[in-house]
Design a protein around this ligand. Structure first.
Ligand SMILES: Cc1cc2nc3c(=O)[nH]c(=O)nc-3n(C[C@H](O)[C@H](O)[C@H](O)COP(=O)(O)O)c2cc1C
Length: 216
C-alpha cells in the first residue's frame, strides 16, 4: 500500500494559521521571570512536543539535561557572570556601561533550566543526510529548541536562551560525555512581562531590524 493512500491529507484551517502567527508574534526571549514553580504536568506537555522536531536523517541528536541541582545551577550562574564580564571588554567606556546594564539572562529567577546538547555521533538515522554538512546535527538540536520554545509560549511559559556561558564549564558542571556539544542553555518559567517587540529594541540597544531577502 502506497504512502499517499494510507492517510487522508490533514488540511489545516485559517484558524491554525492565525493561531500560529499569534504564537510566533508573541514569542519572546524572556529574561524577567517569576520564581513561581511550573507545574509538573505543564512541563511534561512542553517536553513532549520536542519529539515533533525535525532532524537531519531523523537522527534526533539532542540530549537534554534538566538542571535540578542547586549547586550546579549556581555554578552555571558563575560561568555566566564571568563570561558576561569578559564579553563587556569588547566595548569602550559608555558602551561598556550600557552593555553591563543589559539583562542578558534570567538564570537566577527562572525555576527551570534545560541544557540542550548535540550528540555529534548519534546512532539513530545511520548517517543519512549529514555527510556533506555535519553541522546539520547541531541545526537539528536548534530545531528541537525552537519547537520547545513555541510550545512553551503557547502554554504561557517563557523561555530565555543563554549563550553567554563557557561550554566546557557547562559540560563539566553537568558531567556529560565529551562527545556532547553544548548547543543551547534555556531558562523556563512564567514571564513577568509580555510584548510583541524584542527587548533589545524596546530598550534602545538596537533599532528595528529586517530580514534580508534577495532575488536571483
Ligand atoms: C542562539 C541564540 C542565543 C541567544 N543568547 C542569548 C543570551 O545569551 N542572552 C540573552 O539575553 N538573549 C539571548 N538570545 C535571545 C536574543 O537576544 C533574542 O532572540 C533577540 O534579541 C530577539 O528577541 P526575541 O527573541 O524576543 O524576538 C539568544 C537567542 C538565540 C537564538
Amino acid at each position: 500500500m502506497g504512502f499517499l493512500s494510507r492517510d487522508p491529507i490533514m488540511i489545516l484551517s485559517s484558524e491554525h494559521h492565525a493561531n500560529l502567527t499569534e504564537v510566533l508574534k508573541w514569542r519572546r526571549d524572556v529574561r524577567h521571570f517569576s520564581t513561581a514553580a511550573l507545574e509538573p504536568a505543564l512541563l511534561k506537555q512542553i517536553e513532549a512536543c520536542v519529539d515533533f522536531a525535525p532532524s537531519v536523517g531523523n537522527s534526533r541528536p539532542w540530549r537534554i539535561v534538566r538542571v535540578n541541582d542547586k549547586n550546579r545551577k549556581a555554578a552555571i550562574v558563575r560561568s555566566f557572570e564571568e563570561c558576561n564580564r569578559q564579553a563587556s571588554l569588547i566595548y569602550q567606556e559608555k558602551a561598556r556601561q550600557d552593555y553591563l546594564a543589559l539583562k542578558l539572562s534570567g538564570l537566577i529567577e527562572a525555576p527551570n533550566h534545560l541544557a540542550f546538547f548535540t550528540d555529534l555521533a548519534p546512532a539513530e538515522g545511520r548517517g543519512v543526510g549529514r555527510q556533506t554538512m555535519p553541522e546539520t546535527l547541531v541545526y537539528s538540536t536548534v530545531m528541537a529548541i525552537h519547537t520547545l520554545w513555541l510550545t512553551a509560549r503557547a502554554l504561557n511559559v517563557g523561555v530565555g536562551w543563554v549563550s553567554i556561558l563557557d561550554p566546557q564549564t557547562v559540560r563539566n558542571v553537568l558531567d556529560v560525555p565529551e562527545s556532547w556539544q553544548l548547543t543551547g542553555y534555556l531558562c523556563l518559567g512564567y514571564p513577568l512581562e509580555c510584548d510583541d517587540k524584542p527587548e533589545l529594541h524596546r530598550i534602545g540597544w538596537q533599532t528595528d531590524t529586517q530580514s534580508v531577502w534577495i532575488d536571483r
